[in-house]
Design a protein around this ligand. Structure first.
Ligand SMILES: Nc1ncnc2c1ncn2[C@@H]1O[C@H](COP(=O)(O)OP(=O)(O)O)[C@@H](O)[C@H]1O
Ligand SMILES: [Mg+2]
Length: 505
């Protein structure tokens, strides 16, 4: 790693309507360096890097590449200066090959593509930087991890010397992350500058040379990765002390409250999503479902909530068959559901906080009048829940769409838990929340476990699953391919199962 900055951002500010996303931020990285950009959701990481790659023009500040001032008007300008970004959502053409995608949009692409030669170049870049991918495969045939490799190859082929990767590990399994880190090291060894955007402390500590922390749009610090602890980094990220330990009593499961046997269901494209999936959750335990996104997690939650039909098998709640029961009957049977999509499925954005908090309860006494909701009772109940769950809202009458993600999640949890369920399905309950709100949600889940609720937790965060779950059920292609006690399960085994490998028990 040399001390020459490959790029330098000086006093960058970027404003969106109502938000100062970057507030006078300075940030530089050296050639051959892996520099992590760390911050909570909304800290301004993606915005800052979108300025560096020419997608946004800053409202103030300067940008230098190799010591010379630049003024990018488009990503094309940036790539000409050697700056390339791999976004969180890939931009590949699904029905074209890997090689065609790498060439796509290049101005000097020859009219007739010399495919064998180009494919060989793609293969060469792949081999040099440990990015294994078949140059002739169609994009739609590739896993998400492979598609990410294509995006990186595309940037390298365009001559990027500065590569920005926005939360790249979010879509990868643990073994894929190992391979991906090797790619980063090889790119850095070849003199490239890597900006690795992340909010995951473990990853940042294991791969970065230096770490720059953003908080609330502002630069907090840039530190060398030596003698750092997770706690130090977390407090810089959040601005206060963070506790990682969760108090958890020993696992004492009770009766089987939720039982799925051989359940089958289709996804939205009418393709099989659950393929004879069997799973049981007992009272007083948390079963964590680990899996790569898109392996049937959403459909699993939805068949339990009763909002997706099953095409085979059976579902029982507290011993009662609910296989074909409508959602309301499931609620009455004791099922609570914290859905993945908080604003569309989870809440009614135009209704007030108070009305949203009552959405479940008004179907039952005492809130259910014959024709009208008992307004006053509803207000009182809302005030109680707002205080108990610490929901930050100007008033109970505020429309719920005005709440931040963390507060909307607290509202949904408050509503679901106040119905005193027997079974709680929590789909990605801390996704997108900051550390403070995450801690709170996890604490609430553990409290419900103490009360004897059977909890099914879907999460993409393995750390969260290991911290909360009593059992870890690994889902792969619509089946549970492993069911392990959390206290003896190891990350490697879970990772292999997530990738669809056979593992000796
Ligand atoms: N295109 C946009 N329009 C309006 N606001 C935006 C836009 N992109 C980001 N923001 C806002 O800017 C802030 C920083 O967002 P972002 O850079 O995406 O953060 P991070 O990547 O650290 O999660 C957030 O408050 C976000 O809501
Ligand atoms: Mg971002």
């Amino acid at each position: 790693m040399s001390t020459n900055p490959a790029f330098e951002m000086r006093n960058i500010s970027k404003r969106f309507p109502g938000v100062l996303a970057n507030d006078n931020v300075s940030f530089a990285a050296a050639k051959g360096e892996i520099h992590a950009l760390l911050g909570e959701n909304g800290a301004g990481k993606s915005t800052l890097m979108s300025v560096l790659c020419g997608l946004y023009r800053p409202d103030g500040g300067e940008l230098l590449i190799d010591g010379a001032p630049v003024d990018f008007r488009s990503p094309r300008d940036a790539i000409r200066a050697g700056v390339g970004m791999v976004y969180q959502h890939f931009m590949l053409a699904p029905s074209q090959t890997v090689t065609e995608n790498v060439m796509l949009g290049l101005r000097d692409t020859p009219f007739v593509l010399n495919t064998p030669q180009l494919a060989a170049e793609v293969e060469k870049i792949g081999a040099q930087f440990h990015l294994p991918v078949d140059p002739h495969a169609m994009i739609w045939q590739l896993s998400v991890g492979e598609q990410q490799r294509v995006e990186i190859i595309k940037m390298l082929y365009r001559g990027a010397n500065i590569l920005i990767l926005d939360e790249p590990t979010a879509v990868l399994t643990p073994p894929e992350i190992e391979g991906f880190f090797r790619t980063l090291r090889e790119m850095a060894a070849a003199g490239k500058t890597i900006v690795f955007i992340s909010h995951k402390l473990d990853e940042v500590l294991s791969i970065a040379d230096r770490i720059t922390i953003l908080r609330g749009g502002k630069w907090v610090d840039t530190v060398a990765n030596a003698n750092l602890t997770k706690a130090t980094l977390a407090s810089m990220m959040v601005g206060r002390e963070v506790l990682f330990r969760l108090d958890k009593t020993p696992h004492q499961p009770g009766a089987a409250q939720l039982a799925l046997s051989q359940v089958q269901a289709l996804d939205d494209k009418r393709l099989p999503a659950l393929r004879k999936l069997s799973l049981t959750v007992h009272a007083g335990e948390i079963v964590g479902v680990a899996g790569v996104a898109g392996n049937g997690q959403r459909e699993l939650a939805e068949v339990i909530a009763g909002i997706r039909p099953v095409t085979g098998g059976a579902i029982a709640v507290t011993g009662q068959d609910v296989t074909h029961a409508p959602p309301l009957a499931r609620i009455q049977a004791g099922v609570a559901y914290v859905p993945e999509d908080r604003s569309a499925t989870g809440s009614a954005p135009d209704l007030s906080v108070a009305e949203n908090l009552a959405l479940r309860a008004f179907r039952k006494a005492p809130l259910a009048g014959r024709f009208v909701l008992k307004r006053q009772l509803m207000q009182q109940q809302a005030q109680k829940l707002i205080a108990q769950f610490g929901i930050a809202t100007p008033s109970p009458q505020t429309p719920s769409r005005k709440l931040s993600g963390g507060n909307l999640q607290k509202l949904i949890l408050a509503r679901e838990i106040s119905s005193q369920p027997q079974v709680l399905v929590a789909a990605y309950p801390t996704r997108g929340l900051d550390i403070g709100a995450t801690e709170y949600v996890r604490k609430v889940l553990l409290e419900e476990r103490e009360k004897g609720v059977a909890i099914l937790l879907l999460s993409e965060d393995l750390e969260e699953i290991f911290a909360l779950a009593d059992r870890i059920a690994v889902i792969f292609e619509g089946q549970i391919v492993g069911d392990l006690p959390a206290n003896t399960a190891d990350l490697e085994t879970v990772g292999l199962l997530m990738a669809g490998e056979q593992v000796e028990a």
